[in-house]
Design a binder for this molecule. Sequence first.
Ligand SMILES: Nc1ncnc2c1ncn2[C@@H]1O[C@H](COP(=O)(O)OP(=O)(O)OP(=O)(O)O)[C@@H](O)[C@H]1O
Length: 239
Amino acid sequence: MSDAILRLDDVHTDIAQYQILHGVSFDVPEGGVHVLLGRNGAGKTTTLRTIMGLWRARKGAIVFRHHDITAMPTPDIARLGIAFVPENMGIFGGLTVEENMRLATTSGQFDKDRLDRVFALFPAMEKFWAKQAFALSGGQKQMLAISRAIIEKREMILIDEPTKGLAPAIIRAMIDAFREIAAETTILLVEQNFLFARSLGRGVTVIDDGRIVHDGDMAALAADEGLQTRLLSLSLEAH
Ligand SMILES: Nc1ncnc2c1ncn2[C@@H]1O[C@H](COP(=O)(O)OP(=O)(O)OP(=O)(O)O)[C@@H](O)[C@H]1O
């Protein structure tokens, strides 16, 4: 497909002596949200970390636009415009919201318009600007992690389970923020919460035991409960 911003082709990743990804291939189309679903331990985080160069593919290729990033150092991958929001969020608890966000800029300076946009998306960031990150709630920490990823324009953002442990009201608020962010960038979203995933995703790839078992439109998967059960079993919060 020519409209893919990211393409994984037969990616094999080992962690220590264990083979975790067994030939993962899928395309992420440009724009909007593409969801990577799968049970616990299926290989979702390993896939994101392999894209970022934090684990190395032993075999296969990862192409971002026209760049082969398979063996590229992580900082170079980030410089191409890919941001990664890991499951542990990667924020610095002892630093303030402002300091956390400043560290995420390339120059140490904020673009005022972008900062205003972040504040409009996540008002808590402005409110707690001078507060240390460890004192934020779980939802606010996740918002800070996402704010760091969007404080400068990115081509693509990889986000690992942003709703984990969050209350339903916070999750609903995050859906709107994600829609806005996805209007200017491509998001590859790893999720276990199927409600969240299906309200955002245009395309969906399902991974199981390090292999892709389904790739298609989210609308089709959302409409087919039998397929959901077969692919995702009981581990997802389908209701
Ligand atoms: N550092 C590691 N050392 C050994 N095995 C690992 C390591 N990290 C992950 N694994 C194994 O790799 C497999 C895939 O893990 P991964 O974290 O990619 O799954 P996941 O789909 O993201 O699951 P989860 O939803 O639980 O985060 C699992 O079997 C896991 O135990």
